[in-house]
Design a protein around this ligand. Structure first.
Ligand SMILES: CC(C)(COP(=O)(O)OP(=O)(O)OC[C@H]1O[C@@H](n2cnc3c(N)ncnc32)[C@H](O)[C@@H]1OP(=O)(O)O)[C@@H](O)C(=O)NCCC(=O)NCCS
Length: 157
């Protein structure tokens, strides 16, 4: 896949590409960030060994799509979609250094746009009630609540 968000389209701001093996370390660091863990459903730190084995399979798994967003060659974050039979589950995790800068909406929006080029599955987001920033983000990208459970809100687009 070529660049999805070209510099021309985004004033040189953000580029989106598929993840490759060179992203393994960054993805592990973002995954083990304390805030990410706080808002994940599995809050344990992931070991290097566990991550490497998962990541090597994940990037070649036809049912997973992982986009990496970059800005001036700095990695801003990732969006992952896990395809199931009836829907795809989406998650987003930004590099902690680039959070709170208003970049998440375009990254999420463009990831969905790219995914939709080849997949028409409904997209589901599962978000902890207390993750207000993420709830706000997904709602601003057109997701609507379809149900609530004790630990999470489920949204669909
Ligand atoms: C969730 C996440 C992707 C959001 O990215 P971000 O860079 O922190 O958020 P942004 O700066 O783009 O802001 C997104 C929205 O939240 C709002 N927001 C940001 N910080 C906020 C805060 N502390 N309190 C309330 N709203 C806040 C912004 O104003 C913006 O809303 P708007 O578009 O209506 O103005 C990022 O925080 C992250 O990676 N978190 C850890 C992983 C995670 O929780 N992933 C989601 C699980 S699916």
């Amino acid at each position: 896949m070529g660049a999805v968000l070209t510099p021309e389209k985004t004033d040189g701001r953000v580029l989106l590409r598929l993840a490759n093996i060179s992203d393994s370390q960054d993805m592990l660091a973002w995954r083990n960030d304390p805030v990410t863990r706080q808002f994940s459903f599995s809050t344990e730190e992931v070991s290097l060994k566990e991550h490497q084995s998962w990541f090597k399979k994940a990037i070649f798994d036809p049912n997973k799509v992982i986009y990496i967003a970059e800005k001036k060659s700095a990695k801003i974050g990732m969006v992952r979609l896990d395809k199931g039979e009836e829907s795809a589950v989406i998650s987003i995790n930004l590099n902690p250094e680039f959070r709170g800068l208003g970049l998440s909406k375009s990254i999420l929006f463009e990831s969905i746009k790219e995914f939709r080029k080849t997949n028409l599955l409904p997209i589901i987001a599962e978000i902890k009630h207390e993750n207000v920033v993420s709830l706000k983000l997904f709602e601003s990208c057109g997701f609507t609540k379809i149900s609530e459970e004790k630990s999470k809100v489920i949204l669909r687009r």
